[in-house]
Design a protein around this ligand. Structure first.
Ligand code: 9WN
Length: 402
């Protein structure tokens, strides 16, 4: 029943060669959304899941970056801001999102083996990871830096408040998101002004220089290390050498540990000041996806403690439940997101926490169905927030229902 409804959500959001996260709020293809969508879709239509990823990588830039948005030419430009006219980068945006794609490609192949698909995507994934580990190593010690909060996928995370405070907000633009979402569930106007300023500055540097916001995010880098491990498996399935990928994964994981681990948690680092941002956010839990994480017991203690309440709340809160500015309904400043729940569950399975993983799985399935596949939910009550019929919430349902 829930599987039927989740499938219907993905069918309704399918554009013909890719899936929109949401018809009204996000009417184009988004990078990390497509990876989660493919992970769910593979159970209903492996062919469509392959197409989703092939379409995304058809928009890869010559320097290897995979853009965070691929614009749908049939959608009016005013439907989403900032649109193609703002980015001036052809049919894409110019920033990136977290590299969950190798994991998705491998998962899709496992659902229905297809050597041609793997062979087509492998060199593209290699170029993508090389871009991140090379050109994005602004800090110079082996971590990929993000240059915009949108790149983290956790736009208004409290961890960005410090670095963002250096960015003067832009004015003179119209927020399209507020036509489809409640203002209380979305980032503030001031934050939006800063996002627009940063994106314009990056665009004006021809998408090369980091500006005022250059941050090493533990979530982004944990997913990069995991992606290299997935790429090693893809190489092995193709009969190619895989050592370089495993070594790359180990280097990123080591840098993560040495640079971002502090007092039992992973924090983001502001490259411009050299300091760790002090907020406990769900990005700091994502290193749990790495099977060889020596600090997993300490991190699990934080995950199950009062700050995240894992097992006693709905999903995985995006922000510290004990922080004075925790907000259960506002975007990445408190609510639980279903893709993060899916990733943390993978981590729990890696580290032998089977009972907790099962509790999380059941809760994610129930909450997704009860909220009509909401974009995010209140961790304390399970009430849905944001848009409904959200693609990755439906996709995560399809995968967890297996
Ligand atoms: C900006 C599409 C995307 C997700 C992000 C989420 C939100 C966009 C926005 O929607 O960001 O990229 O307009 O707010 O934060 O994680 O990929 O679903």
């Amino acid at each position: 029943m829930d599987v039927t409804r989740a499938t219907a959500v993905l069918d309704a959001n399918w554009l013909g060669t890719s899936t929109v996260p949401s018809r009204a709020l996000y009417p184009h293809q988004w990078s990390w959304d497509s990876a989660f969508i493919a992970i769910g879709l593979r159970h209903r239509s492996p062919a469509r899941a392959r197409r989703e990823l092939v379409t995304l990588f058809s928009a890869q830039w010559p320097d290897g970056r995979v853009p965070h948005i691929v614009f749908d030419p049939a959608t009016p430009p005013e439907a989403y801001f900032p649109g193609p006219g703002f980015w001036r980068a052809g049919r894409t945006s110019g920033i990136v999102q977290a590299p969950v794609h190798a994991r998705a490609v491998l998962a899709v192949h496992e659902a229905e083996p297809d050597r041609a698909f793997l062979a087509e995507l492998y060199p593209k994934l290699v170029a993508w990871h090389e871009y991140l580990r090379g050109k994005r190593d602004f800090g110079g010690h082996g971590l990929a830096a993000i240059v915009h909060p949108w790149e983290s996928g956790m736009d208004n995370s409290p961890a960005w408040d410090g670095p963002l405070s250096r960015v003067p907000p832009a004015a003179g633009f119209v927020r399209r998101d507020l036509e489809h979402g409640h203002a209380a569930d979305r980032p503030s106007d001031e934050d939006y002004g800063r996002y627009v300023r940063l994106a314009a500055d990056y665009r004006d540097s021809d998408y090369t220089d980091g500006g005022a916001f250059v941050v090493e995010d533990p979530g982004f880098n944990a997913l990069l290390a995991d992606a290299e491990l997935a790429l090693a498996e893809i190489a092995e399935r193709l009969g190619l050498p895989s050592d370089a990928h495993r070594e790359a994964a180990a280097r990123v994981a080591k840098a993560l540990q040495e640079t971002l681990w502090h007092n039992g948690f992973f924090f983001a680092r502001d490259v411009r000041t050299g300091s760790l941002t002090p907020q406990y956010t769900c990005a700091g839990l994502l290193p749990l996806v790495l099977p060889d994480l020596a600090v997993a017991p300490a991190l699990l203690a934080t995950a199950t403690g009062p700050r995240f309440g894992l097992g006693r709340v709905h999903g995985v809160p995006s922000y510290d439940l004990t922080a004075p500015d925790f907000d259960p309904g506002r975007y990445w400043r408190g609510p639980s997101w279903f893709n993060i729940g899916w990733l943390v569950r993978q981590g729990l399975l890696h580290h032998g926490e089977h009972a907790l993983a099962e509790r999380l799985r059941t809760d994610l399935l129930e909450t997704a169905a009860a909220t009509d596949f909401a974009e995010y939910c209140d961790p304390l009550t399970g009430t849905g927030h944001g848009t409904r019929s959200f693609s990755w919430t439906a996709a995560v349902t399809l995968d967890l229902a297996q």
